[in-house]
Design a protein around this ligand. Structure first.
Ligand SMILES: NC(=O)c1ccc[n+]([C@@H]2O[C@H](COP(=O)([O-])OP(=O)(O)OC[C@H]3O[C@@H](n4cnc5c(N)ncnc54)[C@H](OP(=O)(O)O)[C@@H]3O)[C@@H](O)[C@H]2O)c1
Length: 328
């Protein structure tokens, strides 16, 4: 099979397409003919040599996929050859075939194209797990999403709306704020330098109540602003660290407001936990994708052969939504 490989740590030029043996599903696993995937920040970090795959994961990059079941391993009764499925893997999705646990995929609704389906798992599972499962988002709460034009950010805006909450967002360009409004974001603020502007904006938007649930996809200096912007008993979910991996924070305010600060990561979770998040996604998100209440936002689409250009597009920070990968 054809697969993307990272020939050595470096820029997009170290990516190549190679022939690799088609993987064989073990008991409890399925073989998937990948039709579409998408890019994630983790792919860029892995290419640079800064985010090795977890033990046991393939060295082929790619964390999400949509495709057809091509074969099933022993004891798999839930799926049949030809079923359309999508899900997360710890690696291996930027290839024509992958194997995964039969409990770590969900059925792709008929209405979804391969491209849309391939852009959904990472963004929607991350956003749903963080906002709904972990932060316990409730109707009528205020939500703030940093880097709102990101793949995860736009999934989070839609999920917040679908759960009856009011989403706000931040971005570093006014264009992304304007475009996010069309997906249900109530208001947003451009952060050009000091993230302190977030605090004034959120006080204004919420009539001084503050933000109940913050999805922080940026990290670094944004974390101090999160704590100041949070409502009493607010929940701050630390999901990304594109702006830095450390922060100086007003810790006294965490006590005074009784805040919850929680970090999360999907890739490093074991198979049991991945089955649980996938089941929650299948039960609560997939029906809303099927009826059109939630949808993928595709920034651009590249063929597997154009993997270098796809990496460049994601690294540009100019994207709005997901960079899709077509696997023909
Ligand atoms: N914990 C997990 O399991 C998990 C899973 C998936 C993703 N993530 C993380 O979640 C974040 C979003 O992922 P994604 O794939 O949806 O991202 P994405 O589509 O690549 O978008 C990321 C956006 O972040 C903004 N950004 C980049 N550098 C920034 C900086 N220094 N300061 C402020 N904003 C910056 C850029 O938008 P603007 O500058 O235009 O606003 C960029 O377009 C990433 O940090 C990713 O690593 C975590």
């Amino acid at each position: 099979m054809r697969a993307v490989v990272i020939t050595r740590p470096g820029g997009p030029e170290v990516l190549a397409i190679e022939d690799r043996p088609r993987p064989v599903p073990a008991a409890g696993e399925i073989l998937v003919r990948v039709r579409a995937s998408a890019l994630n920040r983790a792919d860029l970090l892995q290419r640079e040599g800064n985010y090795p795959p977890p033990p046991g994961a393939p060295d082929i990059p790619g964390l999400e996929f949509a495709g057809e079941v091509a074969a099933v391993g022993a004891r798999v009764t839930r799926w049949r050859e030809g079923d359309r499925v999508f899900g997360l893997v710890a690696g291996g999705a930027h290839a024509e075939y992958l194997v995964t646990d039969a409990g770590c995929v969900a059925p792709v609704p008929d209405a979804l194209s391969w491209t849309d389906a391939g852009c959904i798992p990472e963004a929607f599972i991350t956003a749903h797990d963080a906002l709904v499962t972990q932060a316990g988002l409730r109707a009528n709460e205020f939500v703030l999403v940093h880097a709102v034009g990101s793949g995860v950010g736009l999934a989070a805006v839609q999920i917040a709306r679908a759960w009856g909450a009011t989403p706000f967002g931040t971005a570093r360009s006014p264009e992304k704020i304007e475009r996010a409004r069309t997906l249900g974001m109530a208001d947003g603020v451009v952060v050009a330098g000091d993230p302190g502007v977030i605090v004034d904006a959120t006080q204004r938007w919420t009539g001084k109540h503050g933000i109940d649930v913050i999805l922080d996809l940026v990290g670094g200096p944004y974390v101090a602003a999160d704590i100041q912007a949070a409502a009493p008993r607010g929940r701050i979910m630390l999901v990304g660290s594109v702006a830095g991996r450390s922060a100086t924070i007003p810790s006294g305010m965490i006590l005074g407001k009784r805040l919850t600060l929680r970090g999360t990561v999907l890739r490093g979770r074991g198979v049991e936990e991945k089955r649980v998040v996938t089941a929650a996604f299948a039960a609560e998100v997939v029906p809303r994708l099927a009826n059109g209440e939630l949808a993928a936002t595709v920034d651009s689409e590249f063929a597997l052969d154009d993997i270098r250009a796809a990496h460049e597009r994601l690294a540009s920070n100019a994207t709005f939504g997901k960079v899709a990968l077509r696997v023909e």
